[in-house]
Design a protein around this ligand. Sequence first.
Ligand SMILES: C[S@@+](CC[C@H](N)C(=O)[O-])C[C@H]1O[C@@H](n2cnc3c(N)ncnc32)[C@H](O)[C@@H]1O
Ligand SMILES: [Zn+2]
Length: 665
Amino acid sequence: MNLLITISLKQAKSITATSYFCFPSIKVLALKASIGVAVRSEKKSSLVERGEERREAMAAELDELTVVKEGEAEILMHAKNEVFYNKTQVNNRDISIAVLRIFISKRKEEHESKLSKRTKSAAKVSESGAAESAVNEEKCNGNTKVPKETSEVAEKTSTAEPCTTFEEMVKTTEGKVRVELKPPRVLEALSASGLRALRYAREIEGIGQIVALDNDKASVEACRRNIKFNGSVAISKVESNLADARVYMLTHPKEFDVVDLDPYGSPSVFLDSAVQSVADGGILMCTATDMAVLCGGNGEVCYSKYGSYPLRGKYCHEMALRILLASIESHANRYKRYIVPVLSVQMDFYVRVFVRVYTSAGAMKNTPLKLSYVYQCIGCDSFHLQPIGRTLAKNNSVRYMPGFGPAVPQECTDCGKKFNMGGPVWSAPIHDPEWVASILEDVKSMKDRYPAYERISAVLTTISEELPDVPLFLSLHNLCATLKCTSPSAVIFRSAVINAGFRISGTHVNPLGLKSDAPMDVIWDIMRCWVSALYLYHLTSQVKNHPVKAQAPDQAGSVILAKEPVLQVQLLSDNLLLPANFARAVASLSKAQAKKVARFLPNPERHWGPKVKAGRIITSKHISLLGPEAVNGYLSHENGGDEEGPETKRVKTEEEVEDPTPEVS
Ligand SMILES: C[S@@+](CC[C@H](N)C(=O)[O-])C[C@H]1O[C@@H](n2cnc3c(N)ncnc32)[C@H](O)[C@@H]1O
Ligand SMILES: [Zn+2]
């Protein structure tokens, strides 16, 4: 499916300004209104006099505009790149829409269950004769007074707890009064053209008011024009304000059920105010595109922005997600709040997290249990996590204690080298499996409504199969590079881990990554068996070995291979105890893999990456940001060069992704 439909008005160059004026479509009327050309009921004679001049100006202006359609929203883009728009982010916007749809339905379910609890507790109270439970008329609708008539009925309807500002009293057709949830209010804090806000308004059933902010005048003007251009639903739901998002969020505490941060680069400066602006139980959706920083390019910069040290492991993109989550949690904690991640995605060139925000000084005490330091060996890349805190159960209470440490000795037990220490990172689950399943189901049920359906369903499928409780992942390639051996296929390696009694899964972050709860010494034992003659295949006692390339005796690989394996796996067929069993295990393929469902897709076109800030002239200085290919594209375009050509890079097959270095022995 085409991700984006761009209707260039230039394509219709032959259409003169006169035909725009005469063409009776609503769209064109909206377009005229949006660019501020009022159609006055002037006399025909004066039109003739001034018509030529105006038509020329109009034609020139229209020539500069392009209508971009994504989902159900359309925006007018100016050729001068004055307002930020990156079509690559269609994946980001699609996933956000999917999450919001589920947020609305979960929020409703939670509200229903809260109401039924209220009803039960009120019934108990009235049974025991404690009539003081009556609700006073200001309890509902927050600051809004409920009409007396309504509040009287409310008293009769078993409401023992006060309504929140997010609830309202609604009279049903039978004349009863129900406490209903108000539609969720959304803050799109960094809105640029308003495309995202417009898509939310037009595509998400049950969404409430959407406030779109930007501190750039041109963006706000464009956003307002786009609101009008999108017609009545957009006009009634979306408002655009010129404001610094930080000030606005600080001055609107707990006012939004949804806060969306989609900044240029790092969201770090917005986090403190954003966590304060989300209502209890609301959701914060946050993108970070400063991957070089989050992945360890500049550890000290990452520390200054996020309060966490990144490590340059193969798992760095997942670590980036976990650093961002730890940082949001730390800001939330300042206000006695805490987060619960529902979905965390690394895709394209960014990370995006979806977290719910709650207030509870008690629950906040659990934060240190959800954060860990990461030790990564500089020789063999083995990694170990050390939680910051732990709990101690005593009688009927729980004591919060600092974590035991150190988690590792000074020198790596596998290869003898030292460790780098990174973090703290979020080491609790980064997704809620129930949410992920609901989002995926919902996306599949309305394929046509997601322009990036193929991509987002592939990512969500892979996420749904990740081990939820295993932070970070191994790279089979990396293990083999350390030992300088050929690689087992992922299926054979997964089988050995499963046969040894541990769990293993893929990760959405990297097609070659493997998450496992097997400790590093077990992983290395399996690899020792792979390279030695202890490789048992298909339970047939077929012995193979995979010779390694020689390396210096002090190198990590040599030290690891010099040790005898200690792992002992019992084979079912007889009483043999072997260090590893590579017989193919049933669970060695995920369900999606077994069904050959797509899990990783190539980029749909070239230059599928970040864009520079709006209005900036793209020069060769941007090579480091966009990559030489992308910049060449822009520069050649600037110079009147060719249009972007089709993707020429060969796409890997499913097998190649699964098993990039097929067995050679
Ligand atoms: C990456 S763009 C947003 C793209 C948009 N969310 C979308 O999906 O198309 C970031 C926007 O944030 C705006 N911005 C940057 N700093 C801001 C601030 N302090 N307050 C409000 N807007 C800001 C910029 O003007 C820019 O338009
Ligand atoms: Zn090591």
